[in-house]
Ligand binder design. Structure first.
Ligand SMILES: [Zn+2]
Length: 259
């Protein structure tokens, strides 16, 4: 009887061990890939987090509509990528804002570059007054009419950007959500562009690529939810910044802009 009982115990423990081993094996088969992928992704993110992100200041200058929804969308980008740290400036709370706006309103120019340089000068004046230690990338979002009815331009060094949403509102007035999404895409494009990545340029004819500057502005609405980085742009980013940077840029660009 004693031997029989021991055998039963032995059998039980054998079976339990086998089941345990089988479960570990199954878990390994089922979950090792996703777990490894997550660990790799987490490591990459941690490595990038150690690098300082580029600081970006968003200035709503001469901007009539409420900025709350757009602020939410813009600040959400901080959680979706490690390259940039966005901050939305309380422009109208600054006592210098009225004089700055008067100077910008008085501007008469057909030059998009001059238009952007004047905005950049005002944003830099704000930064100096606020004692910003970093040298941020400045992005103005404005209702002021853009030269040649354009909607976006940057300074020569690419660190001053103006998004003129007057043209966008004229085209998509009925849909402020769509306009916000388009602004967000422009911000993504211009920020990646501001990094000065070799051979990354705006192009046409790759419909839906973040850097595809479609000549027909209304086409933007079809690609805004399905944006990606085309092979040419992906190659340019990878050769300048490496595979991991490209991976994260792809995730950022692919991510939905609805929340
Ligand atoms: Zn492209």
């Amino acid at each position: 009887m004693a031997i029989g009982a021991n055998l039963t115990e032995l059998g039980k423990s054998l079976i339990l061990n086998l089941i345990g081993a089988l479960l570990v094996f199954l878990a390994g088969v089922l979950f090792s890939d996703p777990i490894q992928r997550h660990v790799a992704q987490w490591r990459r993110r941690r490595a990038f987090r150690k690098q300082k992100p580029a600081f970006v200041r968003i200035f709503p200058i001469i901007f009539g509509a409420p900025f709350d929804q757009l602020t939410h969308l813009l600040l959400r980008q901080n959680r979706l990528q490690p390259f940039f740290q966005l901050e939305v400036i309380h422009w109208e709370a600054w006592r210098g804002h009225e004089a700055a706006e008067a100077r910008l309103r008085a501007l008469r120019t057909d030059s998009r570059l001059e238009f952007v340089e004047k905005f950049q000068a005002e944003m830099q004046a704000y930064n100096e007054a606020s004692g910003a230690a970093e040298n941020p990338i400045n992005v103005a979002v404005t209702d002021l009419v853009f030269p040649k009815n354009f909607y976006c331009w940057n300074t020569r060094d690419r660190r001053g950007i103006v998004i003129g949403i007057n043209s966008l509102h004229k085209l998509f007035r009925e849909d402020p959500i769509l306009v916000n999404k388009i602004i967000l895409r422009i911000v993504q494009r211009m920020l990646l562009y501001s990094l000065g990545i070799d051979s990354l340029t705006a192009h046409q004819y790759t419909w839906g690529c973040l850097f595809d500057l479609t000549p027909i502005l209304t086409d933007l609405q079809y690609s805004v939810d399905n944006t990606y980085l085309c092979k040419q742009c992906a190659r340019a980013i990878e050769s300048d910044r490496g595979m991991e940077f490209l991976d994260m840029a792809k995730v950022w660009v692919k991510g939905d802009t609805t929340a």
